[in-house]
Design a protein around this ligand. Structure first.
Ligand code: URP
Ligand code: ZN
Ligand code: ZN
Ligand code: ZN
Length: 472
């Protein structure tokens, strides 16, 4: 046979085109896109289905050190299993440099955790928490050359925050080496001021987390990051943008001609700060299930984020999957969590639900086009982070990373059907129209109808080259 696999009768969707076509797959890559492909060892019938590029989730946290006694709820096997079931074929977690430690050693140790334990491909970003002369002078340039071409910096969190001078030095290094920088834009001092004030007033329940990080905390940090990026002349990605105030900073920067990229997440489209009150549960800690940073805002913010998706403020939608178990001393209900919201680990699970939520709320409800959905969930992730033209679209030569999508299927999201290591989902009971029915990674079926069929060693850890596609 000419092909290992033919996918027949589906509607192929890319960021720019929608066409009726068959796909021929050979040796894990797309070898033909044609009206009719017959000579294949195996055939899958995709009639009535959309054939989409597999989801790329370029912002997920897996098995990341999270503070004393706190354990993330996913390892590579469970996170990539959940990702595959949710229609994804590549995820990008972070190797975190603990302060005082070697970034190189932390990265190699993290990669060793991933090797041989992934259902789908993984590409690793770095988190730089301690930009010492050795890190800036040797370790980071060497890691970038090895294929770790993107990293994240934080403007908050005791263990991760960089001061403005450190951010400038890291930006400068990224500019020289051609690396991509992601910025967590929330101001350390504004959060501390608010946190201490709320604690003095006794407002220590999980909802205090939202009060401690009003939008101006994000707006102020976004503005500062943009100013630093302008000074150094570096394009940056502002990640997990939650509302209109940070969006205004991004639009302002772009109007000045600056290259500022922006990401948002499903939580900012579907959750609000009110959820941190626990949705009426008797359990006073129930709101901890929704504690993430930045916190979800309000319905006006949700509408603003939708406008940003429609108008192009946002180029990518990631999950920011950062799972902690709820009913567990190593997670949300750790021994200090009841003392103050500040001890509730930040982050929510979402690796398996990102695509169905955005498809349903976006495409099925007519807010964004199918092509825009593909661009926001796959193509632009590949372009921003050096995976394009290997991944992120459908065409001859691309990896055969595909999701067969039933646009009409109705499902209700529920923890019982998810594959992650967390013990809850923030979207329990959320109804969606449109569902991934099969995930194909490098030509192999890895998930089908909610069952993960592939082995947990089929995915590879991918090295990238610097700026395969120049930033827009
Ligand atoms: O609350 C969140 N988002 N936790 C994950 C870490 C981060 O800042 O992205
Ligand atoms: Zn190395
Ligand atoms: Zn962040
Ligand atoms: Zn994150």
């Amino acid at each position: 046979a000419d092909f290992d696999l033919a996918i027949r009768g589906g509607t192929v969707v890319t960021a720019t085109d929608t066409l009726r076509a068959d796909l021929g797959i050979r040796a894990g890559r797309i070898a033909a896109v044609a009206e009719r492909i017959t000579d294949a060892a195996r055939t899958l019938d995709a009639s009535g289905l959309l054939v989409l590029p597999g989801g790329i989730d370029s912002h997920v946290h897996i098995a990341q050190a999270s503070g004393p006694g706190i354990v993330m709820a996913d390892d590579f096997a469970s996170a990539t299993r959940a990702a595959a079931a949710g229609g994804n074929t590549c995820v990008m977690p972070f190797a975190l440099q603990p302060r005082g430690a070697s970034l190189r050693e932390a990265t190699h140790a993290y990669r060793a955790l991933a090797e041989g334990r992934c259902h789908i491909d993984v590409a690793i970003h770095l988190i730089v928490s301690d930009p010492t002369p050795a890190v800036l002078g040797q370790e980071l340039p060497a890691l970038i050359a090895e294929g770790y071409t993107s990293f994240k910096v934080f403007m908050t969190y005791d263990d991760l925050v960089l001061n403005d001078r450190q951010i400038l030095d890291v930006f400068d290094l990224a500019r020289r080496e051609g690396a991509r920088v992601m910025v967590h834009a929330e101001g350390y001092d504004t959060i501390r001021y608010m946190t201490e004030k709320l604690e003095r007033a006794g407002q220590t329940a999980p909802y205090g987390h939202a009060l401690s990080r009003p939008e101006l905390v994000e707006r102020e940090a976004a503005h500062r990051a943009i100013a630093h990026a302008e000074l150094v002349d570096l394009p940056i990605v502002i990640v997990h943008v939650s509302g209109e105030q940070a969006m205004e900073q991004i639009a302002w920067a772009r109007a000045r001609g600056l290259k500022i990229h922006a990401e948002t997440c499903p939580q900012y489209l579907t959750l609000t700060a009110e959820d941190l009150k626990g949705r009426g549960a008797a359990d006073p800690m129930a709101g901890a299930k929704y504690v993430c940073s930045p916190p979800p805002r309000d319905s006006a913010s949700q509408a603003a984020i939708w406008r940003g998706l429609e108008t192009g403020v946002f180029e990518i939608v990631s999950s920011d999957h950062c799972p902690f178990r709820y009913d567990d001393p190593s997670g949300k209900l750790n021994p200090r969590a009841r003392d103050s919201f500040r001890y509730v680990p930040n982050g929510i699970p979402g690796i398996e639900t990102r695509l169905p939520i955005l498809f349903s709320e976006g495409v099925s409800k007519g807010r964004i086009s199918l092509n825009r959905f593909v661009e926001l969930t796959a193509t632009n992730h590949a372009k921003l982070y050096g995976l394009y033209p290997r991944k992120g679209s459908i065409g001859v030569g691309f990896d055969a990373d595909l999701t067969l999508w039933d646009p009409n299927r109705r499902e209700t999201i529920t923890q019982a059907n998810l594959h992650h290591g967390a013990d809850y989902t923030p979207w329990e009971g959320f109804g969606v129209t449109g569902w991934p029915v099969m995930t194909i990674a490098r030509g192999a079926v890895v998930a089908q109808d909610g069952r993960v069929t592939g082995a947990p060693d089929q995915g590879r850890v991918i090295d990238r080259t610097v700026q395969a596609v120049p930033p827009r």
